[in-house]
Each structure stands twice: as C-alpha cells, then as structure tokens.
Design a protein around this ligand. Structure first.
Ligand code: AMP
Ligand code: MG
Length: 497
C-alpha cells in the first residue's frame, strides 16, 4: 500500500490545547511492529471531510496506528477523574488513548480524533496502554450499530492490527481503534478539577464546553446553569434511548459519561436478548449497580456529581446555587420521563399518548420478563401485527409468541383503536422504532472469536453490514435475527482492559 501524491491528510485544529497544560499531557503513541488494516469507515470519513484516498493510504495506516505523527497533530492524553462503581478515583485520564487532534467537518461540526490502544501515557498507572483485538471489534460493532439506530454515540473510523501480543487472561492479538467524538470531555473531567479545589480549572473547562458544544448559551444570564441543564437533558434522552433498545452500558462510571451527550466506552456492554429488568452482563459489576433498570437512576446520580463540581459557578450565593442545582437535577426526571414515553409510544404505535399508556407498557414488560421474551423480537413481532401483508417481511418462525403475550395484545389493540392515525402511518412509526437487528451478544462474540483465534474478519464484516441497516428485515438473513439458543447465550461480557 502506498500513499498517492494527491491524497490529502486531515487538517488538525486542536482547540483543547489552548487550555492550561494541567488539563492534559503531550505524549506520543508508541510505535508497533506490524500494522495491518482491519477496517475503515469511508461513510463516516466522508461526513468528516476526510479524504478517502488518504484513509486508504499507507500514511493513514501509520498515523492511525500511532507509528507516525500527522502534520499539525500534537498527540495528547487528557486528564480526568471519576466515580467508578460509586467510589471516587481522583486520578484517571487517558491511560491507553491519544487524542491526535480535532478536525472540523464540512458542515462546521468539530470532532476529536482519538486513538485507543495506542500505548501507555502518563495516566496509565499500571496498565499497558494497549487493547486486545476483541474489545476493538466490540466497540466498532456496537458504536456503529448505535449510530445506525440514531442513538448519539462516539463513532469508529478505523481499526488496525498491531502485530503485537497483548497479555490479558490469555494472550491476545493487539489492535488500535480510531474513535471519533464531538469531544471526550466527561463528567469526570469536571470532577478532576473540582476535587482539587481548582475552581479556575472548572471554570475554564465549563467555558470551553460552552464555546465548543453550546455556543448559543454563552450570552445567556446564567450560562453555567444552562450548561448543566443542557447536559442533563441530553443524558436523560440518551439513557431513555438505551432503555428503548434494551441496551446495557455496563460501566456507567462518571468518567464514561460525556458532556456532549454521546454514548462512550463500549466495554462490557450488551443488548439484551431475553427481557430481564435486572440484567447485568459485566463481569466486574458484581453488585449489579449498572443493571438495566438502574441505568436511569445512575444517570441522575452521575449528573449530581457534575452539578456538585459546577456549584461554585452556578451562583455567588451558595444557597441559591444549591437550589438551582437541585432544580436542574429534578428536571432530569421530567426529561427522562418525556423521552421514555415518546419512545415507548413509538414502539407501540401510539401517536397521541394517554394516561393509561404507562400501565399498558408496564404490563407488557411484566409479561416479557415472566415469559423471558426476547426484547427485540417481542417488539418486532408487534410490528408484524400492524403490517400490511403486501410490503412486509414478517418474523414468522423466528419468533413464537407465548399465550400471555397474545392476550396482552387484545388490550393493546383496543388502545390503538382509540388512536387517530392510519394503519400505514402506525406501521411506519413502529418500524422506525423497533429494529429487527441489534448487535446480539452471541453474534458479536462469534465475530471476535473468528478474528482473534483465526485471523478471520469475515464474520465481523458481515455482522457490521447487517447492523448498518437495522430496521429492514430480510428473511434470507434470518441467522442474524434469531435469539441465541441456550448454548449460544453469552452470559457475561468483559471489560477487556
Ligand atoms: P475504562 O474502564 O475503559 O473506562 O477505563 C478506566 C480507566 O482505566 C481509564 O483511565 C483508562 O484510561 C484506564 N485504562 C483502561 N485500560 C487500560 C490499559 N490497558 N492501560 C492503561 N490504562 C488503562
Ligand atoms: Mg473510560
């Protein structure tokens, strides 16, 4: 692979570097022996204004694996702290990631371009700064699946094998992921300065976030309170979306919650198969702190940490600051409730929500839990009940509804009879809200095993392609729709650190 003379490398314009040096450390990625491309994302590259010729070039391979520094890039690791499983850790930071810089897309939006698994940094503590191939594939699949579901998320631009062995429970091949995010500033970034009593640091970071993410708020009377309120609203909506797809993040520490409101850090995460409100996948979450039905509450807990960090900026009168923070945190419940209701209405084909809908939804989930109904197929089956036979491909034998579920549908149909929209409108509404394909754990695991054990990326590519069009069921792709058999079921996911 060569680099054509006409290929243009991305232009880095790193505003984060304008912040004082205690916010980050300049540090170079560590070179690897044998970089080999696994995948790159031309559709995303195009959105970002990255030259496709460059993306396919040897220069891009070397830059995105960390062997070479692109013109204008001054790689850095960002400092942050965080509450991990409820306990505060004052010193985290990018221990295995390098921010190469920011790029500005043709539409004016600014993004971080970050390498993950690119070697140790001053924040690595005892870690090796590397990532095994498995977690890179998981993050690539899950983040691109979330993007296709229109859930705010970091994206994956490329994955590159390093040719090196990473030591974990067993030796694994290493890889580097190129991650794209509106920014990587976290709740934990604010905590980092707040806990050191560094009010100036908190203010600089808040000003930076306002300028970068919410410039329309800068001139408002209480910009920092609005910043808090906006982050709260975004996170409430985000977590409502997770709930609507049966997604379990797995490690909702405050260092894994972004100010921009995108999902980040696809570690021990998973989409549920059988519905279970207490579902946990993560091998490290022994208390079930981050189980499915706890996610909305944990979101508010994390945002309380953000509010605490921002307190001195909210008001000169500390009592008033507390009252404002409390009000903002109370708003979380409202935003979450409204978003969740809208999502569930879409999933159930309701255009004008009514009071009894919540009870109807709760009853549905109770039946789904009792009968271990597959989350995705259960809802998709409801779409089948509304579909006009001519254009629709039904799940057919891929899902057999238990009797209790069929009985519940009578109530649901009665409710729909009072809702004014046409059947065609309802079908479109429901289809857009109920994917046929999610990143099923056992399929993700198959893709990882083939890649790690056999160097075979075909299952990864095939699965990715399906996940990029999650709503269009094709009966010839039934394998990907099916719930796992008991043998295939993956009960635990691992952090991969
Ligand atoms: P995570 O669980 O991925 O959110 O990571 C939590 C913290 O541990 C972050 O500060 C990471 O940078 C750090 N970390 C995770 N894995 C490694 C590793 N292999 N080497 C160094 N630091 C790591
Ligand atoms: Mg993290």
């Amino acid at each position: 692979m060569t680099t054509p003379a006409t290929a243009t490398s991305p232009t880095f314009d790193t505003t984060f570097a304008s912040l004082p040096e205690r916010f980050y450390s300049y540090t170079q990625p560590v070179s690897v022996t044998l970089a080999a491309p696994i995948i790159s994302n031309p559709i995303l590259a195009k959105e970002l204004g990255i030259d496709l010729q460059w993306l396919a070039s040897d220069e891009a391979l070397q830059v995105l694996v960390g062997n070479q520094t692109a013109m204008g890039s001054a790689p850095m690791a960002q400092a942050y702290a965080g509450h991990q499983f409820g306990s505060f850790n004052p010193q985290l930071g990018d221990g295995r990631a390098h921010l190469l810089g920011e790029i500005v897309a043709p539409d004016g939006q600014r993004f971080d371009l970050q390498l993950k698994g690119s070697g140790p940094t001053p924040y690595s503590r005892r870690g090796d700064g590397r990532s095994p191939l498995g977690p890179v594939i998981r993050e690539y699949l899950l983040s691109e699946a979330m993007a296709a579901l229109q859930v705010p998320t970091t994206r994956s631009l490329a994955a590159i094998a390093t040719g090196e062995t990473v030591m974990r429970q067993s030796p694994a091949p290493g890889a580097v992921l190129t991650r794209i995010a509106p920014s990587h500033i976290r709740v934990g970034s604010f905590e980092y300065f707040a806990m050191q009593g560094d009010e100036k640091g908190v203010k600089s970071l808040a000003d930076y976030c306002l300028k970068r993410h919410f410039p329309h708020l800068i001139d408002a009377p209480q910009p920092y309170l609005l910043l808090l309120n906006t982050v709260i609203e975004r996170q409430a909506k985000l977590i409502a979306q997770w709930q609507g797809f049966g997604f379990i993040h797995g490690v909702m520490n405050t260092d894994n919650m972004l100010i921009c409101g995108a999902t980040v850090d696809y570690g021990p995460c998973a989409f549920m198969d059988q519905f279970d409100p207490d579902k946990v996948f993560s091998s490290i979450d022994r208390q079930g702190r981050y189980r499915y039905n706890q996610q909305p509450g944990i979101g508010q807990w994390n945002l309380t940490r953000l509010a605490q960090a921002l307190l001195p900026l909210l008001h000169t009168d500390s009592e008033q600051a507390l009252a404002d923070a409390q009000q903002a945190l109370d708003n979380y419940v409202k935003h979450y409730g409204a978003a969740y209701q809208a999502i569930m209405s879409n999933k159930l084909g309701i255009s004008q929500p009514q009071e009894g809908d919540q009870a109807l939804t709760e009853e549905l989930f109770a039946i789904m839990a009792e009968h271990k109904i597959d989350f995705t197929l259960g809802f998709r089956y409801l779409v089948d009940q509304i579909a006009t036979p001519t254009e629709h491909v039904a799940l057919g034998a891929a899902f057999i509804a238990p009797q209790a579920f069929v009985v519940w549908q009578q109530q649901w149909q009665q409710r729909l009879a009072q809702d004014p929209q046409s059947q065609v409108e309802r079908y479109q509404q429901m289809k857009r809200a109920n994917p046929a394909y999610i990143a099923r754990n056992h399929q993700v695991e198959l893709a990882i095993r083939a890649a790690e054990d056999q160097g075979d990326y075909e299952p990864f590519y095939a699965l990715l392609k399906i996940l990029q069009a999650p709503y269009d069921y094709q009966s010839e792709l039934i394998t990907y729709v099916l719930a796992p058999t008991p043998d295939e079921m993956v009960k635990q996911t691992f952090c991969g650190t």
